[in-house]
Structures are given as C-alpha cells and as structure tokens.
Write a protein that binds this ligand. Structure first.
Ligand SMILES: [Zn+2]
Length: 186
C-alpha cells in the first residue's frame, strides 16, 4: 500500500498527464477549452488533495491528521461569514472590536469543522478501504468542490473533474494489482 509521500508523488507526476487527456478529449469533441494558470493551479490543489483524501480512513495517524486539517479549510469557507454576521448582530457583542469578533468567528468555524470531520470519521462507513476508497466518494468530493467554487471560478468544471480524478488516481495506485477494484461504487 503506497504511503502519503508516494500518493503525493504519484499525484504530482500524473497531473500533467491528466491535463493532457482533459485537453485532448475537449479537442476531440471540437470544444475549445482554455485553462489559465489560475485554473491549472486550483485544479492541481483539488487533484493533489484528492490523491491523498481516501486515506482519511487510514490507521496511519500522521496521514489522517494531515488530511483532516486540510478539510477544516472548507469549514472556514462555509461558516465564517455566517458566524461573523451573527456575532455582529448580537447586542451583547456589538461593543467588542471587530478584530475580536472575526477571530472568534474563525475559531468557532475551525471548531465546527473539527467536530464534523471527527464525527463523520467515527461512522462505521469509514473503516479502512471502505466507502472513502470508492469512485462514489470521488464523485461526491468532485461535486462539492464544484459547488463551493462555482461562484468564484470560470472553468469550475475542470476543477471539479480534477478533484474526482485525484481520488481516482489514488484508487488506481492502491489497487494496482487488482485495478478493477478502483471502479468499486462503495
Ligand atoms: Zn488508500
């Protein structure tokens, strides 16, 4: 079973090949796609995180912890602005400096993220090489990345597809001896 470093290395090495295939398929379909440096960099991050993400269910603690702290970033994105607005609207807190309120909202977002991620990981679904090692999980991850970035990025489909293929490359390298298992649905 490849470890974190090998998964990341495989991710770095296969990303240009994946981009080549992505561009080739669009060229074959006679659709033009122009990916900017920003699209490629963002796609790279989604792909690299995906190429490590399935090992969230690993018994290997450093690897699991690294992946978990990356995920807390999503929680900041989802909860921070909502919490900050709530804090500003509360009479008891309205006299406090804004720097304090934003730190409190940031801290609480991270705490909620940590709580949610750890709660999900304690579900029986996350036994090693279970659901997280499946293409359905890859598709859910890709779709979430798409939803989060849709308002912000023009070539958002590329970023979502990159996220999915990051997970898929992870599955292929885990199941190198039985490649058909990389296609398992759960
Ligand atoms: Zn794995």
């Amino acid at each position: 079973m490849p470890n974190l470093v090998s998964h990341l290395r495989i991710g770095v090495l296969t990303y240009p090949i994946y981009v080549f295939l992505y561009n080739s398929i669009f060229a074959f379909l006679k659709k033009s796609v122009s990916l900017s440096g920003f699209d490629l960099a963002l796609g790279y991050l989604a792909y690299i995180l995906g190429s490590d993400l399935p090992d969230l269910d690993s018994a290997n603690a450093p690897l699991r912890n690294l992946t978990k702290v990356f995920l807390y970033g999503f929680s900041i994105f989802v909860f921070y602005e909502f919490l900050l607005e709530k804090f500003r609207s509360l009479n008891v807190l309205s006299n406090l400096p804004d720097a304090m309120l934003s730190s409190a909202a940031l801290g609480l977002s991270l705490a909620i993220g940590a709580g949610l991620v750890n709660m999900f990981l304690s579900l029986p679904l996350f036994y090693h090489r279970g659901f997280v090692h499946s293409i359905t999980f890859g598709a859910i991850y890709g779709f979430l990345v798409y939803l989060f970035l849709q308002p912000l990025v023009k070539n958002v489909i590329f970023i979502g597809v990159s996220a999915f293929f990051g997970v898929f490359v992870h599955l292929l390298s885990d199941y190198a001896k039985k490649p058909w298992k990389a296609f398992k649905l759960w």
